[in-house]
Design a protein around this ligand. Structure first.
Ligand code: SF4
Length: 251
């Protein structure tokens, strides 16, 4: 018997109930900043302290662009009045490039993971998906190194110039129907690397992305939600200011 099976029996730790049931274990998500109404001084402090220009003030309301949040927590620990923060983990958003995704896959899917200049953190979260706790195989999700066997291309990293051609070749090698999931703020906006000598503004500049998953890095459940959205098994969420998801978290 595998050591992790024996350990699971001994410790009582078992595979996550998600997506059938909500995940309630502590620490499965770092959460996300959400838009809120604030007084002008506090709002200004958030705008000034955020290193990646996540906050904008519109009509006295602090709006949040989650595609840029690098989870540095300066807006929580470094200011008198912290930003409002939620504790959700379903972060799969339909890309602006593709709206109203129809279900493309009926049964199992194979996922080709590509590191497009990732620092290692998003890739590490992706790796957790195959661990006993998240165990994506139970959902019929399998990782494949071969684009020709893949249904979904999961990209992490900002899409460096050196990876641009490779990404396009991999995308072209995947048979249709296919979906592209971009995970992590570097893939969505370039993150801290944006518009530098190494890359432009993320993978969305290179490929037709279907599903976006913010976070730096996104936790495994957020990536899993993005994959479920790509497979048509879960609806996407709307993380934009004023959305129902934002409202559900205390707006
Ligand atoms: S955690 Fe950091 S990057 Fe994210 S909104 Fe707060 S200050 Fe900006």
């Amino acid at each position: 018997m595998s050591p992790w099976v024996i350990k699971g029996i001994r410790t009582g730790i078992k595979t996550s109930a998600y997506p059938r049931n909500a995940e309630t274990a502590a620490g499965v998500t770092p959460g996300l900043p959400v838009s809120s109404q604030m007084d002008t001084g506090a709002a200004r402090a958030l705008v000034d302290i955020c290193p990646t220009q996540v906050f904008t003030i519109i009509n006295g309301r602090v709006n949040v662009d989650v595609d840029r949040c690098i989870h540095c927590y300066r807006c929580v620990r470094g200011v008198e009045q912290p930003a409002r923060w939620d504790s959700t983990y379903e972060w799969g958003v339909e890309s602006n490039q593709k709206k109203n995704l129809l279900p493309a896959f009926r049964k199992s899917i194979n996922i080709c993971v590509v590191d497009a200049g990732d620092c290692g953190s998003c890739l590490n979260e992706v790796r957790q998906l195959s661990s006993p706790y998240y165990n994506i195989h139970r959902l019929g999700f399998f990782i494949t190194p071969t684009p020709r066997h893949a249904d979904v291309l999961l990209v992490v990293g900002p899409g460096t110039d050196h990876m641009s051609l490779a990404l396009q070749k991999i995308y072209n090698a995947i048979p249709t129907p296919k979906r592209v999931v971009a995970a992590g703020v570097c893939a969505l906006s370039g993150g801290v690397f944006a518009e530098s000598f190494t890359c432009s503004e993320g993978v969305t500049d290179i490929l037709p992305v279907d599903v976006e998953v913010p976070g730096n890095p996104p936790p495994p459940l957020a990536i899993l939600h993005g994959l479920l959205v790509a497979a048509g098994r879960k609806p996407p969420v709307d993380l934009q200011p004023g959305s129902s998801q934002a409202n559900a978290t205390g707006e």
